[in-house]
Every structure is written in C-alpha cells, then in structure tokens.
Design a protein around this ligand. Sequence first.
Ligand SMILES: *Cc1c(COP(=O)(O)O)cnc(C)c1O
Length: 376
Amino acid sequence: MSALFENYGKRRAKIVKGQGTVVEDSAGKKYLDFTSGIAVVSLGHAHPAIVKAIHDQSQKLWHISNLFDIPGQEKVAQKLIANTHFSYAFFCNSGAEANEAAIKLARKHTGKNHIITFENSFHGRTFGAMSATGQDKVHNGFGPLVEKFTILPFNDVAALETTIDDSVAAIMLEMIQGEGGVNSVSPEFAAAIAKVCDDKGILLIIDEVQTGIGRTGTKYAFEQTILKPNIVTLAKGLGGGFPVGGMLGTAELYETFSPGTHGTTFGGNPLAMSVAETVLDHVFAAPFLQNVQELSTYFVKQLKTHLPSTYTVQGQGLLLGIGCGDIEVASYIAAAEEKGLLLVGAGPNVIRLLPPLTVSKAEIDEAIAILKTILL
Ligand SMILES: *Cc1c(COP(=O)(O)O)cnc(C)c1O
C-alpha cells in the first residue's frame, strides 16, 4: 500500500531518468517528453550546464539565509530585468508563492484590496493564489476563500469595463491560460486592460509562471502585446527543474516591500540562483529565442498539415494546444503515452504540447507521427 495522499491522479509510466527530450521508465521504455514536467524542464532533462552548475555550487554554499547578501540573486535579477521596464526582483520557491508576493505587494502599495481575475485562470494552490484562480474545481471544499477577488469572463471587454471602479487595486491574468485550455488574451482585451489600468491607476499583474522565460518565443509573453505590467510572476521554466520562483516589479513599487514586510527562508538560495543563472544564460540569448520561434512555426505548420481540420491549433511559441471541440482528451493522452509520447491536458478538451525549448525538428516529427495515429 502506498504511504502517499492520493491528491494527484497518477499516470501509468514510471519515469526514472531522462536526457534532453527523452525520458525512460523503469522497464527501459523510452518516451518523448512533450510535457517538460509542465513547462519546467526548459533546457531538457539533465542538461550538462545545469548538472555542472549544481555540482560546482553544491561544493561552495547551498544555503545561507536572506539575512545575508546572496550575490547570485543580484546576478539573476539583473538578467531578468535587462532591457525591460522592471527595476527590481524578489525570489521565492514556486509559482503560487510568486503570486502571493504579487497580491501582497499590490494590496500594500495601493492601500486597496479588490483584485480582478478571470474564469479558467490558474494561479496556484495557496489561499491567495487559489482564491485568485477562476476554477471551481480548485476551490471546492476549501472555503471560505480570501475575500475581494472578482472573477470575470476571459476576453470579455464589456464585463471588464462595467466592473472596474475605484475599489480595484489590480488586474491579474495570464497571457495564455496554460492550465485553463491554452487560451490567449485577444488584442482587443489587451487594449481594454491597458486602457482601464491607465485611466484608473490600476496595477497590472501578469502571471508568467507558465508563459515566461522563453516559453512563448520571447523572454516574457507580454512583450508580444501592448501590455506593460507593473508586476510579473515567474517560476516553472526559471529553474529548469530546480524549484525557484520570482517576481519582477517596476521602480514605483520599491518602497512598499521595505525590510521585514515580506520574505521566505529558502527563496533565492545560492544553489537555486546558480541554476537560474545558467538557465537564463542559455534561454535569454537571442539565437536561442529565435530558434524557439522557428521550432514553433515548424510545429504549428506540421500540426495543421497532418491533423484533420476539425482540431484547432492554439497557443504561441512552445506552449501549444490541440483543441478537440467537445471531445475529452484524457484517453488520447493515455494512448499517446502507450505509444511513447508524453502529453498533458489543458482543461478537459485541449491537449497541451510543452516540449523542452531545446527540442529538435526530428523529435517534433516523431511526435507528429504518433499524434497522427491517435487523432484521426
Ligand atoms: C503552474 C502555475 C502556477 C502555480 O505554480 P506552482 O509552482 O505549482 O505553485 C501559477 N500560475 C500559473 C500560470 C501556472 O501555470
């Protein structure tokens, strides 16, 4: 009998090791990993530069506490904010924690507590982040939730405009809803958000926990829109598999997070920072991001060529989705696993495609060949 709570529905494959895009189970069967541990293993499994970073740093200093200067935090922060409108970073351990920091910062900075979020969003499982999340299945049984989150329909300009008033501290959203169905913010909605934030002095928090760090072909997904968030949250891809989260903020927010206002024991420890620095040295290089865009164009073209036109192709960069209409995708995902391709769902009707950002065209071709046999 297992000694674990059954809070996760477990997949069949028992994965024991990985290299690049390929993982192997305990019986020696190989799979193409088009989940990347849900957009985490951005440089692929066991990337030699990350192995080296962990090895080297582990022999110097793993942890010292944020009571002391951690030079790695300054280096990673500088890389994250370079050529952006952000001035400061805060480090934590997960996406939910990054969003908690953002919610706290927005409330304290504005002196207001009302935050607008959207249906089918996902912001994490802690109380604040869960309350911000627009999915009943995430809330059920855990109430009362944190107050003052209003969850509006996504991409609905009229609903946004009629709800906004002087009580609103912030709007919080994902540029592409990852868990909620690979749904992109429409240009009209982005324009409406930019306008209400501007008119009313409302803070904009963009949750780039899934879309950030090169996943959509640019450093951050918001760069491809007119939006200029005051706060961005990060996690998944930032550590390439090592748990680390982060929050970036603009200069005006500096005074609000003064000494003693917020913190975490493990956040930004030297080991985590050595890994994040290595990830950014790779992913933020222009040719690397250019390659992600090329791979994306190729992948989308192959999907559109080889799948029946009843399926829709959604998303950007290497955060793609195959929309299957009303069909539940769980059995497709199980069938793909059987044939050596790991996939994950996004909501009940969308197959999410999240290969490592280092995936090859040959691996994309292999994935397409398997998808063709499943999606008839
Ligand atoms: C995964 C995810 C989170 C939660 O991150 P954890 O590290 O699991 O806490 C928050 N927001 C988005 C958009 C995510 O995809």
